[in-house]
Every structure is written in structure tokens, then in C-alpha cells.
Design a protein around this ligand. Structure first.
Ligand code: ZN
Length: 287
């Protein structure tokens, strides 16, 4: 990347999913919108390649996200494999799994099983898993209550996707971050991370919620760096809540290091950037 690298950067949003399982339509999006996707998929099977890429990108730690989304994406990951992969370097690779509340008989027990495997956090992906993030209230996803309650008890952070998705079959209505107003109130000790800030449709809702719930965290991944300050002009007001994420290797993401560089170049205070890249993530994912 050149220049001087910031030390201790955590990227809280990296996708490490078994795309060889994916529906043809899902794969087509990846092939069209991720440069060199086929070769990359092969290389990423070896965690040493990923660690090397992180070194070159100036990233010390990465959350590795994998979640089941059989209907929309065709993905049914083996999260034991993810945990084994991350165990190559547990200080740097933080596995983030997921429990599908619609297709899991005992979702609370499943959260405990994942924690036992070494999974550090959970992903909730409403547009790809087809339920609202507050679906424990209206009966559309009752299992979510056990998932949130167990994660709260085990101190596992839960990241919720908000905003749009480019994948065919995704139900965008479930990306409205307003559902997190319920989750933040009903599970007050849960470490809740809002991914993508409702981009681009609900950024005002997202910012309102972040100010209303000071413990709610904001992973800025999936927002083009060139848009961050026009979509979140007052982001410095919520400096204790922001987390850096690249969303690599997602559609249209140029690279992990490219995201670090582009965000670093924005006219934001050094104090804010240190919180964004380093210290907030140390608080959320200690050790
Ligand atoms: Zn993502």
C-alpha cells in the first residue's frame, strides 16, 4: 500500500463463505463484480494466504463472516470448518458465524455450540435469511429471541446487516435498520453492531438510532468511502460507536488495503480514525 501503516487495525467485516455452494445467480454476481474471483476463492482456502493479504493491507485482525442463507444465496456453511480455519491464528482471525432462526430447532443451544467451537460473534442477515431483525416480536422469527438472549448472556457480539443487497432474491425490506430500535431496548446488555448504516436508503434512520442508543455500534463497511461523509456528515459525533470494515471480497470492493487507504484519506480527525480503526474494535473484541 505504501506510506506508513497504522498499527492494530481491525477489519470487522470480511466474508469467508463457501461460495462453491452458491446458486448460479449468486456466483454470477461475484464473478462480474469481484476482480479475479475464481482465483481468489481458491487462494482463500489457505488461511496463510489471507494472513499474508492482511499483512500487505495493513490489517492486523479480521472478523471472518459466514452465515447460512440456503434459499436466497444457496449457502449452508459448516461453521466448524470456519472455526478450524480461524484457529490457525486465533489472535488475528475472529470467526463470526450465524444461527438461522427459521430452520434451527433449538437456536439457543446452537449459539452455545458455536461458542464452544470458538466462534466469537454472530451475524444476522435479514435480507438474505428472510426475516426482520425484530421478528421475535411479531412471530415471524420467534427463534431470534433465544439467539439474542443467549448471545447477550455469553457476551457474543451480534452484527446485523442493514441496507440493500445486490444479490438476486434478497428481500430489501428487511434491511430497514429501524428494527434495531427494538433489539437494542429488549436486549440492553447485548453488544449489537449495525452493519452498513442502512446504506443507501436508510442512513438518516441509522444515524438517529446510533444517537438514541449509545451502546449500538456502527460498522461502516459497504459504504463507498467517497460517500461516507455525505451520507453521515455528523459521524464524528458518534466516534465511540464506529468500527472499520471493508466488506472484502464483496461485490465492488476494490480491496482491504484500498478501503483502509481511502477511509484514512478522508478529512476526519486523527482521534476519530484511531477509534474507528483500532480502539473501538479492541473494546468489542478484546484479546
Ligand atoms: Zn457484508
Amino acid at each position: 500500500m505504501g506510506g506508513s501503516l497504522r498499527r492494530g487495525v481491525t477489519d470487522v467485516h470480511v466474508h469467508l463463505q463457501p461460495f462453491e455452494q452458491a446458486h448460479p445467480a449468486t456466483l454470477e454476481v461475484m464473478r462480474q463484480r469481484v476482480k479475479g474471483f475464481g482465483a481468489l476463492l481458491e487462494k482463500l482456502k489457505d488461511p496463510r494466504h489471507l494472513l499474508d493479504y492482511m499483512d500487505r493491507s495493513g490489517v492486523e485482525r479480521a472478523c471472518l463472516i459466514s452465515y447460512p442463507a440456503a434459499t436466497v444465496l444457496g449457502l449452508t456453511p459448516d461453521l466448524r470448518e470456519l472455526a478450524t480455519y480461524a484457529a490457525t491464528d486465533p489472535k488475528r482471525l475472529l470467526p463470526m458465524g450465524s444461527v438461522d432462526p427459521l430452520h434451527t430447532r433449538e437456536p439457543g443451544a446452537e449459539v452455545e455450540r458455536l461458542a464452544g467451537l470458538g466462534i466469537r460473534a454472530l451475524k444476522v442477515h435479514p435480507p438474505h435469511q428472510l426475516y426482520p431483525a425484530n421478528g421475535y416480536l411479531d412471530g415471524s422469527a420467534p427463534g431470534l429471541r433465544e439467539i439474542y438472549a443467549t448471545a447477550e448472556r455469553l457476551r457474543m457480539p451480534v452484527m446485523v446487516h442493514t441496507g440493500t443487497s445486490v444479490f438476486p432474491g434478497a428481500r430489501i425490506k428487511y434491511g430497514d435498520p429501524i428494527a434495531l430500535d427494538d433489539v437494542a431496548q429488549d436486549f440492553p446488555d447485548l453488544t449489537l453492531i449495525m452493519a452498513h448504516g442502512g446504506r443507501p436508503l436508510w442512513c438518516d434512520t441509522a444515524f438517529f438510532l446510533l444517537r438514541r442508543h449509545p451502546r449500538l455500534l456502527f460498522d461502516i463497511s459497504g459504504i463507498p468511502p467517497s460517500r461516507l461523509l455525505s451520507w453521515f456528515p455528523r459521524i464524528e459525533e458518534i466516534g465511540d460507536q464506529v468500527l472499520f470494515g471493508s466488506d472484502w471480497p464483496g461485490p465492488d470492493v476494490p480491496g482491504m488495503g484500498e478501503e483502509v487507504a481511502a477511509i484514512s484519506a478522508l478529512p476526519l480527525s486523527e482521534e476519530f480514525k484511531e477509534k474507528l480503526f483500532v480502539s473501538n474494535a479492541r473494546r468489542v473484541f478484546p484479546g
